[in-house]
Design a protein around this ligand. Structure first.
Ligand SMILES: *Cc1c(COP(=O)(O)O)cnc(C)c1O
Length: 380
């Protein structure tokens, strides 16, 4: 096989070889288990010669999805699970156990912050949350029991682009593992594993699936770590259903086209909004990749803008506590993704009641700007 570029690999993600039918698309293996013709056949599963036994452990659709995303990240192995959060949990638990310590970035997705600060803490896993743009702060937080540095390649909602080379070099110096949530960037824009990151997680609910019709997650990385992550998914029962894996895989095929258009639109929207006198600040990253800078634009409205009226006037731009669909949506971090944070935690990262996160879709870019400006004008 000749070497495939990313756009080709994204589309040719079919691994399943259902030779019985030669189906073009992978069938949905909507089954809880697999059958065996005799005891020798059953035994051969445990010898590694038959691939499937029981869907919580192993299923063609979930395997295909995990492997497809691993291929795009150029990592040797991947495992799909029931949500982004469960994929992140499986990844973290492949490195740390009770008594170990994680150093995590302060501007993480709210649910991940909760996972680390509450859920994993209740299992005896310790953590420090620090400003990852400050190298000294990271190093000062490292203890003798620290095992993992955890961050996001593009953070939420202010879109800070993590310096992954720097992070990997700190980790090497202290003999730590690194894990990066690559949800906002997707492998189309960034491939952290290629930069030396050990584990890369995705909320496939977002761009990988891309159509707001599925909740799923994936973690990819070194084979030894993914083997443990897979045991966590099986043992904690956070496996993904075959149908949801199939839907995610179907969405994945258009990742390249979608991100290209959404990045183009986001850039257009960010530029237009920068010139609007009722917008205090526009956050949109630069230089994420030569393929684009992603599709999230965060704005801070002038404090004279009535937020309720603004949201009510958005019309076809729906309020949605998610991102990454093909439709443009608006979210209000203070009451959704960052609701669980304390006032001082929110203040620390700069979230106030004028901050709005826009997830830009594939509509005509000028229509998106027009609708946003209409809502601003109605609310001033
Ligand atoms: C949505 C999201 C998650 C959580 O994913 P779920 O699929 O909702 O579990 C984690 N990280 C980031 C950056 C997200 O946007």
């Amino acid at each position: 096989m000749s070497k495939q570029s990313l756009n080709t690999k994204i589309v040719h993600n079919k691994i399943d070889q259902s030779e019985a039918t030669n189906s073009k698309a992978t069938p949905i293996y909507q089954t809880s288990a697999f059958t065996f013709k005799d005891l020798d056949h059953l035994e051969s599963y445990y010898e590694g010669n038959v691939p499937y036994l029981y869907t919580r452990e192993n299923n063609p659709n979930t395997n295909e999805l995990g492997q497809a995303v691993a291929n795009l990240e150029e990592a040797p192995a991947g495992v799909a699970s029931s949500s982004g959060i469960s994929a992140i949990m499986a990844g973290i638990l492949s490195v740390v156990e009770a008594g170990d310590h994680i150093v995590a970035a302060e501007d993480l997705y709210g649910g991940t912050h909760q996972l680390i600060a509450k859920q994993l803490a209740s299992f005896g896993i310790e953590h420090s949350i620090v400003d990852f743009s400050n190298e000294k702060a990271i190093k000062e937080a490292i203890r003798t029991n620290t095992k993992l540095l955890y961050t996001e390649s593009i953070t939420n909602p202010f879109l800070r682009v993590e310096d992954l080379e720097k992070l990997v070099s700190i980790a090497k110096q202290y003999n730590l593992k690194t894990m990066v949530d690559n949800t906002f960037a997707t492998p189309y824009l960034l491939q952290p594993f290629k930069k030396g990151v050990d584990l890369v997680a995705h909320s496939a609910t977002k761009y990988i699936g891309g159509h707001s019709d599925v909740t799923s997650g994936i973690v990819v990385g070194h084979r030894d770590l993914i083997t443990i992550a897979n045991q966590k998914v099986i043992g904690l029962g956070t496996n993904l259903s075959p149908f949801e894996a199939w839907l995610t895989q179907r969405g994945l095929k258009t990742l390249g086209l979608r991100i290209k258009q959404q990045s183009y639109n986001a850039h257009y929207v960010a530029e237009k909004l920068m010139n609007n006198e009722w917008i205090k600040k526009v956050y949109y990253p630069q230089y994420v990749s030569e393929r684009g800078n992603g599709a999230i634009v965060t704005i801070e409205l002038d404090h004279n803008i009535n937020i309720d009226t603004f949201f009510k006037s958005l019309d076809w731009i729906k309020i949605a506590p998610t991102l990454a669909g093909v439709e443009t949506t608006a979210s209000y971090p203070i009451s959704t993704s960052h609701r669980a944070l304390t006032d001082s935690e929110r203040k620390q990262i700069g979230i106030n009641d004028s901050v709005i996160r826009l997830s830009i879709g594939i509509e005509e870019a000028s229509d998106i700007v027009e609708q946003l400006v209409t809502a601003i004008n109605a609310a001033k």
